[in-house]
Design a protein around this ligand. Structure first.
Ligand SMILES: C[S@@+](CC[C@H](N)C(=O)[O-])C[C@H]1O[C@@H](n2cnc3c(N)ncnc32)[C@H](O)[C@@H]1O
Length: 152
C-alpha cells in the first residue's frame, strides 16, 4: 500500500532556529568539532554504502554534507535523496552540490515525521548530527522512528 505522506509539516519548536541558520553554519561545525564532524560523515557514508543500496536517504540533511559525501562515494546506479524541513539549509546544500558538480542528488523539503516517500522506498537511511533532535526528550520520537521504518 502506498502511504506517501502529505507534504504538510506540523510546526516544530526547533524549526524556527534552523530556518534562521547563519551562512557560517559549516565553518562553525568544522571549528567546534575540529573537523571530526567530517571524519564521522565519512565513516557513516562508508557504512551506508557497504551493501550497495539502490536508494539512499540523508535524513535531516541540513547543508547536505552527508548527501554530498554519499554522492561522491556511491556508484552512479545508487540514487541519493536528501530531506530537511529548513529551506535555507537546503538552499546552501543545493548550492554546494552545484559548485561541486554533484548534480544527481534529489533534495526535498519536508518533515521527518511525514516524509514524501512511499513505503519501503529506501534501502538505507542515514542521519548525521540530527538523530538527537528527533529522539532525545522529543515527544514525537516514536513518530519519527516509525516513519523511518516505514520508508525503509
Ligand atoms: C544539527 S543539523 C545537522 C545537519 C546535517 N545533517 C549535518 O550533518 O550537518 C540538524 C538538521 O536537522 C533538520 N531537522 C530537525 N528536525 C527535523 C524534522 N523534524 N524534519 C526535517 N528536518 C529536521 C534541521 O533543519 C537541520 O538542518
Amino acid at each position: 500500500m502506498n502511504k506517501t505522506k502529505q507534504h504538510n509539516p506540523p510546526s516544530r519548536p526547533l524549526q524556527k532556529m534552523f530556518m534562521a541558520v547563519p551562512p557560517s553554519y559549516d565553518r562553525l561545525n568544522r571549528l567546534l568539532t575540529l573537523r571530526i564532524d567530517e571524519y564521522w560523515r565519512g565513516r557513516a557514508a562508508k557504512a551506508i554504502l557497504r551493501e550497495r543500496p539502490g536508494k539512499v536517504l540523508d535524513l535531516c540533511t541540513g547543508t547536505g554534507d552527508l548527501a554530498l559525501r554519499l554522492r561522491e562515494k556511491a556508484s552512479e546506479k545508487t540514487r541519493i535523496y536528501a530531506l530537511d524541513y529548513s529551506e535555507p539549509m537546503l538552499a546552501v546544500a543545493r548550492d554546494k552540490a552545484r559548485k561541486r558538480k554533484l548534480h544527481a542528488i534529489d533534495f526535498r523539503q519536508g518533515d521527518a515525521a511525514a516524509m514524501p516517500f512511499d513505503d519501503s522506498f529506501f534501502d538505507a537511511v542515514g542521519i548525521a548530527f540530527a538523530f538527537r533532535n528527533l529522539t532525545y526528550k522529543n515527544p514525537d520520537r516514536d513518530v519519527f522512528l516509525q516513519e523511518i521504518l516505514r520508508v525503509l
